[in-house]
Structures are given as structure tokens and as C-alpha cells.
Design a binder for this molecule. Structure first.
Ligand SMILES: Cc1ncc(C[n+]2csc(CCOP(=O)(O)OP(=O)(O)O)c2C)c(N)n1
Ligand code: SF4
Length: 546
């Protein structure tokens, strides 16, 4: 079979299809988005795989868990912070266990290329006490995905796969050798015992005991997993995990003088780690993300008689992403310079596209609040977060998805005035609806501006859950009374400033919807997703001169 040149994300997608998944569940987030998109592209029209974006990662996880309960294989994918959102079902699914094989793939982003933190998902795997896979390259990403489903079904536990940006978004040849296995999983497994899945305390205690009792079996799998490889040579040992193993191999060549332990599964293969430590005087741990392995190796008191290097005592930094150059220097090879970018490539700071509807909303907001020097504007996460940068400099906080509305509510209760928040249509259905219910009930003194550009623009224009009149109906259903729609366009600027100023001065909650499609949407999509002429939801009149 001819190899295919695949992104790490694409390799995982192909592995999941070949493992016989019946469903893929996800909420977009860089660098994980392409896993789901590849599954959709490669299975479209076959009727074999259900794949629609979910409202958020918790929903995606639970949908996958439901499919697993019903006896079919399911994959759920997300970026690292998505697992915070899905943490509740994630932790509890380790107690219920799974029926059909279930794999959760989480893409970490060391270096924060497009994220608000660089948390390391391996801690979640240890926290839930389930097996974790960390592929070192695209071929392993494919192979391990298929193996993860088999393991999940064997142990009746969910399996976590942790990847990082560089693996997700770089390409290598992949031999997809397991295609024929998909057919074996077409028939659903029998339904499980409901007592195992109903986590009332008596059942949960019994199931947690089962999880604890299985730890030996999980450790045994890790110990014998062929993806963990120990080669003993010199008295310096290097432990390298995931993609960091590639960097080490690139630096050391094919016949390294050092002893080398490649780690690709967790819990750590204890026997292999012990053998390396016994053989070596000095051990260097190289891992992308937090010093997860290093910390477990040294514990509280260190390793008597051994020198351990890595991120805790150096030479590696605890923050940022590893690169082949950083790793080579840490190992003690002569400094290598990364290939510099072409001279004619200028550094371009992120900014809103020219003609972006969010830009017109921020311009109107700035003018509407000009008389209020103590304005607090809580933003959310999306393209509009760029309202924090020049020339707008209008945003005062951005913490996590959905936080704009809840933080604004909290600030208004502390007496802050005026309090505004901006939230995109996708972020609103992801996690903005619940805090809005609270703000409506309490008639919080704040102004919520929902930026309805009819798409999930920031992650590549995926479909949004509610836009146009659907969004208005949703807001009405949540009990919003004071509500207006405006179209953020330069020609509407003055009318929009007046509308916003009125809302800001209104005592109590007001909700405004800035409705205009993202200019990057294809014209056909724009026409179908946005209602042509926005009408004010409150009075029914055409807004401004749209
Ligand atoms: C928990 C979590 N999941 C996913 C993401 C990735 N992400 C950032 S913003 C965003 C949604 C943006 O859509 P929207 O709110 O509609 O704003 P737009 O970009 O369209 O302006 C997503 C999915 C994230 N940062 N955090
Ligand atoms: S992609 Fe769309 S929403 Fe994002 S900055 Fe560009 S025009 Fe604005």
C-alpha cells in the first residue's frame, strides 16, 4: 500500500475510521480541528460515521459516551482547554467505564500558538486513572489510534491520546495498514449492565474500586507496549516522550552513545524506567509540556546518587515549546540555529480582517462609552478578542469561553458601572447561555453584546449552532426582554452608537445582537446563514439603514 503524506491530525482521523468508529464528536479548537474535519471529509456519503459539530466539548464527550454505551466505537476530539469543559463526564466515564471503544484525543498547545494557556493533558489521564497514549510521529498517531480502540474495548475504559501542536500540524508519510478492520465493528455490542453506568454512591464506590483494581493491568499494558522502547548504551540516559523523542533522535543520530528510553504511553512503564535508572548515573528528561515525567521520577526527594536534568533544574525551560534546536543544545551538542524566516517576511501582528463586522461594533462601542472612563468590557474568546489590541484597545478581560457574561455579572454586583460584555454566536451557545439565564433572573445591570457573524470564524468558519432569528428565539426563550438587533456597518455607525449608548444607560440587563456575517464566509453560505435585513427584535423595525 502506498504511504500517504498526512498531518498528525489526519493520521488520527484515518486511524479512527479504520478502527471502525460509528461517530465522531468535537467542538473546534486549534490544533485539534482537522481531526474531525478529516473524518467528515473522508466518510461523507458513506453513511458509516455520524459526525456533526457539538455545542461544546462536554456535550461532545457525552455524545461519544452515549454512543459507546450503545455498543459502537466513538472518538471525541478537542483542544486542551476543551478538556476542562469536558472534565466532568471525562472523570466520571472512568468510573462507568465504556462499552464500545472510546478514544478522547486532546491536542495540547505548548508555546500557546493559539491558546490562552499551555496546560498538559497527561495530568488529566493520571487524574482519571486511565491509559494515555502520546504518539511521537504521524505513523504512530495512526497506529496508536487503532490500538487505543482495541485497548479501550478490552479494558472497558476510555483511552486518552495526547498530542501537541507540532505533531498535529506537521506532515509525514503514513502507511495505513488497518483499513480492513473497520468492518469488524459494524455490529453494536450488547448493552451494558445499567448498574455500572448509574453513578449513585453504591454503584460508584463499586466501580471506583474496579478502576483501582485495574491499575496493575493498565501498568502491565504500558510495560509491554511496543511503542515504549529502551536501548541501553552509555551511562547518560535520556528519557524522551512523544514528539520530543523525534527531536532527540534528530540530535543524536542513529547510533546514540547515550542510553535512550522512548515513552509513548502512561502510566509510565515502571520496569523500563527502573532499568534505565539502574544503568545510568545521569538522566535527562525531555518532554513537551510540563515536567510530568521528571516530577514522577524525582518525587519529593530526588533519586539518591543520580543526577536528574530536565525542566525542574534545567537546562530546559518550563514554559514554551521544545524545538529540535533547543533539544540539541540541552543534550550538549553545539548550538544550532533554526532556519531563519525569509528576509522579505515581515512580522505581522494579529488583527481583524479589513471590513470585519467586529471592527464596526468596537468602533460604535468605543464612541457609545466615551463619556464613561470607568467602562469595564469583558470579552470572550473569538476573533473579537482582537478588540483588545490597537487601534481599539477596548477589551479589559478574556479568560475562558463563556466567562464574559458571568464575569460581567459578578462585576456589576460589585457596583462596577458601566459593565459590558462581548461574546460571539458560537461562544454564546458553547457556554454563554447558562450565565445569561442567571443574569436575566437577577436583572443584572449590564449590557451583553452578542456578535452574530453566523460562523465560528476564529477556528476556520465551522457551522455555528444558532444565528439570525434562531438566536433571537433562543434569547427570548432564556427570558431576555430588553433586546435589540443592529447591523455593524460603517454607514450605520451613528445609529449604532445611539442604540448602544441607550443600552448602556438602561438600568438592568440589556442584550444587543450585532448581526452581520463574517466577510470571509463564502457568499452562498452568507446568504443562507444570516437573515437579509436585520430587524430589531424588540420593536420589529428595520435597523438603521441596512
Ligand atoms: C474551551 C475552548 N474550546 C475551544 C476553543 C477554541 N475557540 C476559540 S474561540 C472559538 C469560537 C469562536 O467563535 P465565535 O464566538 O462565534 O466568534 P468568532 O470567531 O466567529 O468571531 C473557539 C472554538 C477555546 N479557546 N476554548
Ligand atoms: S475571519 Fe471574519 S470575524 Fe474573523 S476577523 Fe476576519 S472578518 Fe472578522
Amino acid at each position: 500500500m502506498k504511504p500517504e503524506l498526512l498531518l498528525g491530525d489526519e493520521a488520527i482521523a484515518l486511524g479512527a475510521i479504520h478502527a471502525g468508529i460509528a461517530g465522531a464528536f468535537s467542538y473546534p479548537g486549534t490544533p485539534s480541528t482537522e481531526i474531525f474535519e478529516t473524518i467528515v471529509a473522508r466518510t461523507q456519503g458513506t453513511g458509516r460515521v455520524w459526525a456533526r459539530w457539538s455545542a461544546n466539548e462536554k456535550v461532545a464527550y457525552e455524545e461519544a459516551l452515549g454512543m459507546s454505551y450503545a455498543g459502537k466505537r466513538a472518538i471525541v476530539t478537542m483542544k486542551h482547554v476543551g478538556l476542562n469543559v469536558a472534565a466532568d463526564p471525562f472523570m466520571n466515564s472512568a468510573i462507568t467505564g465504556v462499552n464500545g471503544g472510546m478514544l478522547c484525543v486532546v491536542a495540547d498547545d505548548p508555546g500557546m500558538h493559539s491558546s490562552q494557556n499551555e496546560q498538559d493533558s497527561r495530568y488529566y489521564g493520571e487524574f482519571a486513572k486511565i491509559p494515555v497514549f502520546e504518539p511521537a510521529n504521524q505513523q504512530e498517531a495512526y497506529d496508536m489510534t487503532v490500538e487505543a480502540f482495541d485497548l479501550s474495548e478490552k479494558l472497558k475504559l476510555p483511552v486518552l491520546m495526547r498530542i501537541v501542536t507540532r505533531l498535529a500540524h506537521s506532515r509525514a508519510n503514513v502507511h495505513a495498514t488497518r483499513e480492513s478492520e473497520a468492518a469488524k465493528h459494524e455490529t453494536a455490542l450488547p448493552l451494558p449492565d445499567p448498574n455500572d453506568w448509574t453513578l449513585v454512591p453504591s454503584n460508584a464506590r463499586r466501580r471506583f474500586r474496579r478502576l483501582l483494581d485495574m491499575q496493575g493491568e493498565i501498568q502491565d499494558y504500558s510495560q509491554h507496549c511496543p511503542h515504549n522502547v529502551l536501548s541501553l548504551a552509555g551511562r547518560r540516559g535520556i528519557i524522551a516522550a512523544g514528539i520530543a523523542y523525534n527531536y532527540v533522535r534528530e540530535a543524536l543520530g542513529d547510533t546514540p552513545e547515550d542510553s535512550l528510553l522512548k515513552i509513548s504511553t502512561y502510566p509510565l512503564p515502571l520496569g523500563l524506567v527502573r532499568d534505565l535508572v539502574a544503568h545510568c548515573d545521569e538522566i535527562m528528561v525531555i518532554e513537551d509540556g510540563y515536567p510530568f515525567i521528571e516530577q514522577r521520577l524525582t518525587g519529593l526527594l530526588g533519586l539518591p546518587g543520580k543526577k536528574v536534568l530536565g525542566k525542574l533544574v534545567g537546562p530546559l525551560k518550563q514554559d514554551g515549546e521544545l524545538t529540535p534546536e533547543i533539544v540539541a543544545t540541552a543534550i550538549g551538542l553545539p548550538d544550532r540555529q533554526a532556519i531563519p524566516p525569509a528576509e522579505n517576511l515581515v512580522n505581522r501582528p494579529p488583527q481583524l480582517c479589513r471590513g470585519c463586522p467586529h471592527a464596526d461594533t468596537f468602533k460604535a462601542l468605543i464612541d457609545a462609552t466615551a463619556g464613561h472612563p470607568s467602562t469595564s468590557l469583558f470579552s470572550d474568546i473569538g476573533c473579537y478578542t482582537l478588540g483588545a489590541l490597537a487601534p481599539y484597545k477596548a477589551v479589559h478581560s478574556c479568560v475562558d469561553m463563556g466567562a464574559s457574561i458571568s464575569m460581567a455579572h459578578g462585576a456589576s454586583r460589585a457596583g462596577a458601572f458601566p459593565v459590558l460584555c462581548t461574546i460571539g454566536d458560537s461562544t454564546f451557545t458553547h457556554s454563554g447561555m447558562t450565565p445569561l439565564i442567571g443574569a436575566v433572573r437577577a436583572d443584572a445591570n449590564m449590557t451583553v453584546i452578542i456578535l452574530d457573524n453566523a460562523t465560528v470564524a476564529m477556528t476556520g468558519a465551522q457551522e455555528t449552532m444558532a444565528s439570525g432569528e434562531q438566536l433571537i428565539a433562543l434569547l427570548r426563550g432564556l427570558g431576555v426582554k430588553e433586546m435589540h438587533v443592529f447591523e455593524p456597518l460603517p454607514r450605520n455607525h451613528q445609529a449604532n452608537v445611539e442604540l448602544l449608548a441607550k443600552a448602556v444607560n438602561h438600568r438592568g440587563l440589556s442584550v444587543l445582537v450585532a448581526r452581520r456575517p463574517c466577510i470571509q464566509l463564502k457568499p452562498a453560505k452568507k446568504a443562507t446563514v444570516a437573515d437579509a435585513t436585520p430587524k430589531c427584535a424588540e420593536c420589529g423595525e428595520q435597523v438603521a439603514d441596512a
